[in-house]
Ligand binder design. Structure first.
Ligand SMILES: *[C@@H]1O[C@H](CO)[C@@H](O)[C@H](O)[C@H]1NC(C)=O
Ligand SMILES: *[C@@H]1O[C@H](CO)[C@@H](O)[C@H](O)[C@H]1NC(C)=O
Ligand SMILES: *[C@@H]1O[C@H](CO)[C@@H](O)[C@H](O)[C@H]1NC(C)=O
Ligand SMILES: *[C@@H]1O[C@H](CO)[C@@H](O)[C@H](O)[C@H]1NC(C)=O
Ligand SMILES: *[C@@H]1O[C@H](CO)[C@@H](O)[C@H](O)[C@H]1NC(C)=O
Ligand SMILES: *[C@@H]1O[C@H](CO)[C@@H](O)[C@H](O)[C@H]1NC(C)=O
Ligand SMILES: *[C@@H]1O[C@H](CO)[C@@H](O)[C@H](O)[C@H]1NC(C)=O
Ligand SMILES: *[C@@H]1O[C@H](CO)[C@@H](O)[C@H](O)[C@H]1NC(C)=O
Length: 833
């Protein structure tokens, strides 16, 4: 938006003082349009004439909106050959060619014949030039009105940076004219910029934006309703789309439905394609939509057979059936090598196809299509040719007809949510078998499981209750209860492996949660909604209904749940069991009456309920829970998404960490293409995790540090905005600490209850945890020791921090630096005093 305002600002500045002495809609041959004269469309929508951008001494012939206050040029004739003074003359020759002459030097600066690929030096005898209310300037032969439809020449055939409603974007296969947009060089220089927007017709037509010669963004192939990767550019009540694909032409066009609104699509000087509306109330152009949304839109960011998922902090994943081609590089977030087949193809006739959904379809440069074939014929066709790697319908979102085949690597796939397209990818028989097995084992198991489910639930409930009973009577001892829990199950087990799993039936859950009634919904976590439920024995439970994202088969999932359920600690939320039926996967937890810590510390009134001593004991409790996850349990769990809202409080305000082990349940590089998962939360993610996907117990320590600072301060790191220099709580805390005034950080409501040494110590420990380099951060063991003693602490180094959706450079040491590239912003680090 700022860019647009910037451009508009310059156009405002350019204040064209023109007193039109000539304001007809047409120009006839040998008539001259001079500097102060313009041609105006019949309804005065558009105006053609000379203009001079601000900060420029150059003059151009262009077309702009006549009625709006900010001069907005939509077309430029001589964009690369500006006039340097005001002596330009625009004429229409007898042959129907529009000429721009420099009267001072008597040279031809620009000619419409020059921009035409099929010389329009026609046999025109009585040509007329006319500016239409669409913004199109046409030259046609005077005679019957049919000629306006097929003009000798039209400006719409030679767009500059703006696509107006009704303009054809694409290729005329007869004349070879390839209508594309080219950005302006800068806001005050309409010369060819670096970016161009094309309908690429090399294979099946697709929208691409080039930077120089390289593809920078790909909107994807036309899927009959929109471009596969741009579901946000959908037809709506303001406009609809036309897409024509035949042997004469291939083009995309948008048509205005409500013509009272002014709209345009522009390729900005930074390469962003933007749909804009004119707001009459605000008197400015409003950004309506842009197909380029995030870093997954960078062309081929994940390499061949990679898939970019913006909801995943690591962004790049391999498609199911593929593995990183270079695992070392992949781990270091160098995705350029992409992925390779887990089981290489050898053109064996047993090879088949796996369906992937909700994708932006891969690059169609190396594709083939036939618009009349069916999907079945399409599959056969692909199977016959060993180099065919994938197929789908060419009219995917439309009638579901036609055939589109890909050859070789599949490049530039991303997830696009529910409006994405479907792709069938060739895989080896063994790979398909193993996928099929994990699927059918679920189906088989459903039958097996349902029958004994009542029995199982009964046994589990009894044993769970027994366990609680047992557990409560025992002195709390970290590390041992898990074994007892296991023994408990082993003792009640009848030998059937299923009995090891605390398995709840779907009907039990449905009954407990009142069919997942909205009234029972407690919230929505990263992995799905959570519902409150009451079992028949009146035990209150919390049911996390997992989004349908786990790639794991029944066995793997069950094994993980068993492992996680064995983690028992007073500062961990207890996992009671799970429910797996069909697509449904649910985790059943003990219910926490006091909700999340966030509902206390970030809430003006509730925060007063937590005085300093309560907060200090919460900090200690979280630390012990995390220590157990990291070191004391057998599993060495890295939480990966530690944050205030994942800390639940029981009736006695004891903190309990929730959502641990989820990273194990959703593990691996591979995802089903239609996943929608979030691991990690901005504001809590350590720089090396957010930027490079490197996670370790030290990235949890970082999140713990943020948590401590938030608990002390009562504000969110992510939303923290300090009016002076720091845009982030950790940086601000560090600065105050260095000045010896860290008490300023403390939540106002704590003033009375505050214990100054404890507060100092907590902030100090928090800052040690958020240090930039993982190796500088303490382990949870030493944190517990620091919290429990008065020994002197190390001086924290500057914090590493992470803002929004940007990547932080972690290779540099502590000096200040700043670089800017397309999607990456390196944050300037604070220097110590
Ligand atoms: C344009 O018109 C203005 C005012 O009518 C006049 O002062 C100026 O000299 C004209 N410029 C040219 C290039 O004719
Ligand atoms: C017309 O195009 C040719 C080559 O494309 C170029 O050399 C010439 O300068 C152009 N003439 C004008 C008037 O733009
Ligand atoms: C168009 O053709 C006429 C003769 O037919 C020729 O004199 C003129 O130079 C040509 N103009 C262009 C721009 O090709
Ligand atoms: C130019 O256009 C005419 C029809 O307008 C067509 O017959 C001719 O083949 C075209 N020439 C080229 C070189 O494309
Ligand atoms: C799109 O809208 C225009 C203008 O209202 C209308 O003429 C045209 O038929 C519509 N096209 C489609 C495919 O709906
Ligand atoms: C497309 O497929 C149909 C049916 O298989 C066939 O009749 C037609 O010739 C094909 N068209 C092209 C261009 O290959
Ligand atoms: C497979 O398709 C490719 C690309 O269209 C083509 O070059 C090759 O000849 C085809 N091979 C067979 C066996 O049809
Ligand atoms: C594609 O689907 C659309 C929408 O159903 C339909 O109007 C169009 O005719 C189809 N195109 C082809 C080539 O089948």
């Amino acid at each position: 938006m700022t860019k647009i305002k910037f451009i508009i600002f310059f156009f405002l500045l350019s204040a064209f003082i023109i007193t039109p002495t000539h304001a007809a809609a047409t120009i006839t041959s040998n008539q001259i349009v001079r500097y102060n004269e313009t041609i105006v469309s019949p309804l005065e929508t558009f105006e053609l004439g000379f203009f001079n951008p601000a900060n420029s001494n150059n003059h151009y012939v262009g077309i702009w909106y006549k009625k709006i206050s900010t001069k907005t040029v939509v077309w430029v004739a001589n964009r690369n050959t500006p006039l340097t003074h005001t002596s330009g003359e625009l004429t229409l020759t007898l042959h129907g060619v529009l000429l721009l002459r420099d009267a001072t030097y008597d040279t031809i600066v620009w000619s419409s014949a020059n921009s035409s690929s099929n010389s329009s030096n026609s046999s025109a005898r009585n040509p007329i030039g006319k500016l239409l209310d669409t913004g199109n300037f046409i030259i046609y032969e005077k005679g019957d009105s049919m000629n306006e439809e097929e003009p000798i020449w039209q400006s719409f055939d030679f767009p500059t940076d703006t696509l107006l409603p009704g303009m054809k974007h694409g290729k005329n296969l007869v004349t070879g004219n390839d209508r594309h947009l080219t950005s302006w060089k800068s806001a005050d220089d309409p010369a060819f910029g670096d970016f161009s927007d094309w309908i690429d017709t090399k294979g099946y037509p697709q929208l691409i934006i080039r930077e120089g010669g390289e593809i920078m963004f790909r909107g994807g192939p036309w899927n009959a309703l929109w471009f596969s990767g741009t579901p946000n550019l959908k037809p709506n009540r303001f406009f609809n789309f036309t897409f024509v694909l035949n042997h004469r032409e291939i083009y995309f066009q948008y048509n205005q439905i409500d013509t009272s609104i002014l709209m345009r699509i522009i390729l900005q000087t930074n390469g962003h394609l933007e749909g804009l509306f004119w707001s009459t109330s605000k008197q400015e152009w409003i950004l309506y939509t842009s197909p380029q949304l995030d870093r997954c839109d960078r062309y081929a960011v994940c390499g061949p057979f990679g898939i970019c998922d913006i909801n995943n902090p690591l962004f790049c994943l391999c498609l199911n059936g593929f593995e990183p081609a270079s695992p070392d590089r992949w781990r270091n977030t160098d995705w350029s090598q992409g992925c390779r087949y887990t089981v290489p193809l050898d053109c064996n006739p047993s090879e088949g196809f796996k369906k992937f959904s909700n994708l932006k379809l891969p690059d169609t440069q190396w594709s083939w299509y036939n618009q009349t074939m069916t999907l079945v014929e399409c599959e056969k066709m692909c199977k016959r040719n060993c180099s065919c790697s994938a197929y789908t319908n060419s009219n995917m979102s439309g009638t579901g007809s036609g055939c589109l085949l890909w050859f070789g690597d599949l490049i530039d796939i991303r997830t696009v949510g529910e409006d994405g397209d479907t792709l069938y990818i060739r895989l080896s028989a063994s790979e398909l078998d193993s996928m099929e097995n994990s699927r059918s084992s679920i189906a088989r198991r459903r039958v097996r499981v349902i029958v004994p489910i009542a029995l199982v639930v009964l046994v589990i409930l009894v044993s769970t209750c027994l366990f609680y009973h047992f557990y409560k009577q025992k002195p709390q001892q970290e590390g041992t209860p898990e074994n007892e829990f296991q023994h408990d199950f082993e003792n009640t087990s009848t030998g059937d492996e299923d009995l090891e799993l605390p398995l709840f039936g779907l009907s039990t859950i449905l009954k407990a949660t009142n069919n997942f009634s909205m009234n029972n919904k407690l919230g929505e976590g990263g992995y799905g909604p959570v519902y409150k439920g009451v079992l028949e024995n009146e035990q209150v439970i919390a049911v996390k209904r997992l989004a349908k994202t786990s790639t794991q088969g029944f066995h793997e999932f069950k094994n993980e749940v068993i492992l996680i359920s064995k983690l028992q600690h007073r500062n961990l939320v207890k996992l009671l069991g799970c429910c797996i039926e069909g697509d449904e996967k649910m985790l059943v937890y003990e219910y926490m009456s006091n909700k999340g810590l966030d509902s206390f510390i970030f809430d003006k009134t509730q925060s007063e309920l937590l005085d300093w001593s309560a907060r200090y004991s919460i900090i200690n409790g979280i630390a012990r829970g995390l220590l157990y996850l990291h070191q004391d349990s057998r599993l060495r769990i890295i939480h990966r998404d530690l944050k205030v809202s994942n800390i639940l409080l029981d009736m006695d305000m004891n903190p309990k960490i929730s959502d641990f082990g989820m990273a194990r349940i959703f593990r691996g590089n591979q995802i089903e293409a239609n996943t929608d998962r979030v691991v990690g939360t901005y504001g809590y993610m350590a720089p090396e995790y957010a930027g490079d996907g490197l996670f370790s117990i030290k990235s949890d320590v970082y999140s713990f540090g943020v948590l401590v600072l938030e608990i002390v301060c009562g504000e969110k790191n992510r939303d923290f905005l300090h009016k002076e220099e720091y845009n982030n709580l950790t940086g601000h805390a560090w600065e105050l600490h260095n000045e010896g005034i860290s008490l300023q950080l403390v939540d106002k409501c704590l003033v009375e209850s505050i214990n100054i040494p404890q507060v100092h110590r907590s902030i100090h420990i928090g800052l040690l945890c958020v240090q930039r380099h993982p190796e500088d951060r303490p382990t949870m063991t030493s944190i517990i020791m620091m919290l429990g003693s008065e020994c002197p602490l190390l001086t924290p180094k500057e914090p590493g921090f992470y803002i929004g959706n940007t990547k932080q450079d972690t290779t540099e040491s502590s000096s200040s630096h700043k670089t800017n590239s397309n999607n990456e912003v390196t944050i300037t680090m604070l220097n110590g005093r």
